[in-house]
Structures are given as C-alpha cells and as structure tokens.
Design a protein around this ligand. Structure first.
Ligand code: SF4
Length: 314
C-alpha cells in the first residue's frame, strides 16, 4: 500500500467575533494525524461543527495549519518552494456541496472549464480535453455552450466534477458532494464517483454527515468529533463493530427518523459543542453514557493498528 497524502499533528483555530469587543477562539481541528492510501476512498463522518471540512481543506493545503504538516507524495508542503507547492496543488482538487455556489452563473460551462485549464497551465488541446472530461462525467458536449441555470442540479454537480478532473488530479476532496441533490440523483453521482475513481486512478477524501452514503463509497472511515478523530478503521468494521461510544450513537441514529430526531434533540440539535477551550479530558465526556472519572481529566489517545479508537474503555 502506497501512501498518497498524510497530515501530521494538524491543528487549526479561528477567532470568532461575538460582538465589537468580544471574540472567542474556536479550535476547529486539534492535533489530528491522518494518512490516506493511494486509490482508496477515505470517508470522514461527524456532526456539523466537528471539523470535517476544515480537515479536508488542510489536507488539500488550501488552508495552512497553525501547526503540523502535510506530506503529499513524500513532499512536505510546508517546506516546499512556490512552484513545487503549485505543482502538487494541481494534483489535488476539491468538489463542494453546492454547485450553484461553486459555478459562476455568468459564465458558460465552456468558459468555466477554459479558466480551470488556464489556471492549471494545461499544455494540450483545450477542446479535446474538455470533450474527454464531459464524456467522463456523462455530459454531452452541447452542455459546454450552456449557463449553469440551464442545467439540473445533478448536471451542475457533473460539471463541478469535470472541472475537478480536468487537470488530471490524483487526490480529490469531496465535501458533501451529494447533500444538495435529490435522492435519485445522489445515487447517480455516487456511482459516477466510483466509476471515475477506477477509471482515472483517483484517491478520495469523502466528507459527509450521511453515514449511509459514506458506507456506500468508502474503503476506510474516520469519525470526527469536536476537532478530533475518535475512530478510524475499515468501513465494514467500523459500521458493523463500532468501538467508540460516539460512533455507536451515530450509527444508532441512522435506522429511523424518530431515533435520529431523539438522538439529536438530546444532544444539542446535532451540532457539536465547539469552542470549549477547557477540554482537558475526553471530548465526549458530557455526552458519554460510559464516562468515568478518568475520562474527565485524561484525554484518551487514538490507539490501535488497523482499527484505531480514542477511548479509555473501548
Ligand atoms: Fe466515554 Fe470515557 Fe471513552 Fe470518552 S474515554 S468515550 S468519556 S468512556
């Protein structure tokens, strides 16, 4: 197994202004290490505010970490020179949740793709490349002359995917790529992602709050809570035999709408309580039914071989 990208001890905080005079520091990601293997789909799950998207942007080096480093194909991006970073970044792309926000409504699809090819300094024939990627994502070349508003939601997300694969990337971060789509279209996009991964030899970091979607596409999965990874393992193993109490709660919330509603109602509307600067023990302490005294004072490390878990009693 060859490692493609690795984040080492990544931390990232933001200052959030509460009023003119008051602001708080929120730790979005804290001391997280993650290694992604070439050609795998690594799923990242967790509630809103758990730090999934921030970790995705850090892994892409779109955002610089406050501390820690990103190693892409053996290159430490924090030490690399400008052109080295730009070359590596061209091999790393992102697809966001809402194509309406990621596509310029005033630009025809042709111009959007042309701009992306210019950006990545593509040397080949632009029209040929566009034709190839449109075929790859299942769109007719006629769509090149259209504006985004003339396309359906699924077609727009296919355009966003086409733009991401234009530069022949190796690593793509998919940040909730199907959440804004109808259920029937979601399945088509998921199947397309699986096809593209095989055909183009891609590696994905797939971010979603939807466990069913993550379990459908992922080889391995990581569970995030309040800026930390609490569990990592093979997808089947984590979903069938979860070790961390938080993963168990997340999975138990899936079967019925009633259960999910009950779980989130008991646990702050499904939004992780971020910004608690005084966490000294386990982050899940306040919500954990198995918590003991040690959990309050000592933070559990993420331990294990293939199946890793951060809990004193897992
Ligand atoms: Fe629960 Fe303690 Fe494990 Fe944290 S360390 S998940 S509080 S049992």
């Amino acid at each position: 197994m060859i490692e493609l990208v690795r984040g080492e001890n990544l931390s990232k905080s933001y200052n959030i202004k509460l009023s003119l005079t008051k602001s708080i520091k929120v730790k979005a990601v804290e001391d997280v290490s993650l290694s992604i293997i070439k050609n795998e789909v690594f799923g990242l799950v967790g509630e809103s505010g758990s730090g999934k998207s921030t970790l995705g942007r850090l892994m892409l080096y779109m955002e610089r970490p406050d501390s820690g480093k990103i190693i892409f194909k053996g290159l430490d991006l924090s030490k690399a020179k400008g052109e080295e970073v730009r070359t590596a970044r061209r091999k790393m792309q992102v697809v966001f949740q809402n194509p309406d926000l990621s596509l310029d409504p005033r630009m025809r699809i042709y111009d959007t793709l042309k701009e992306a090819l210019e950006c990545c300094k593509y040397k080949g024939d632009f029209k040929e490349r566009m034709k190839t990627v449109m075929e790859d994502v299942g769109l007719s070349v006629d769509a090149l002359s259209m504006f985004p508003h003339q396309l359906s939601g699924g077609m727009k997300q296919r355009v966003a995917l086409a733009r991401a694969i234009l530069a022949e990337p190796e690593f793509i971060v998919l940040d909730e790529p199907t959440s804004a789509l109808d259920v029937s279209v979601q399945a088509q996009i998921l199947n397309l992602l699986i096809e593209l991964r095989k055909k183009l030899n891609l590696t994905y970091l797939f971010i979603s709050h939807n466990l069913s979607v993550v379990s459908y596409v992922s080889d391995r999965v990581g569970v995030m809570y309040l800026g930390k990874l609490l569990e990592i393992g093979e997808c089947d193993e984590v979903f069938n035999e979860p070790l961390h109490p938080y993963t168990k709660l997340l999975i138990s919330s899936v079967p019925t709408l009633y259960m999910a509603k009950k779980f989130f109602a008991q646990n702050h509307s499904g939004v992780a309580e971020n910004g608690d600067e005084n966490v000294s023990g386990c982050r899940f302490f306040k919500r954990c039914p198995y918590a003991k005294d040690i959990c309050k004072s000592k933070e559990p490390e993420l331990k294990g071989d293939k199946h890793m878990v951060a809990c004193h009693f897992a």
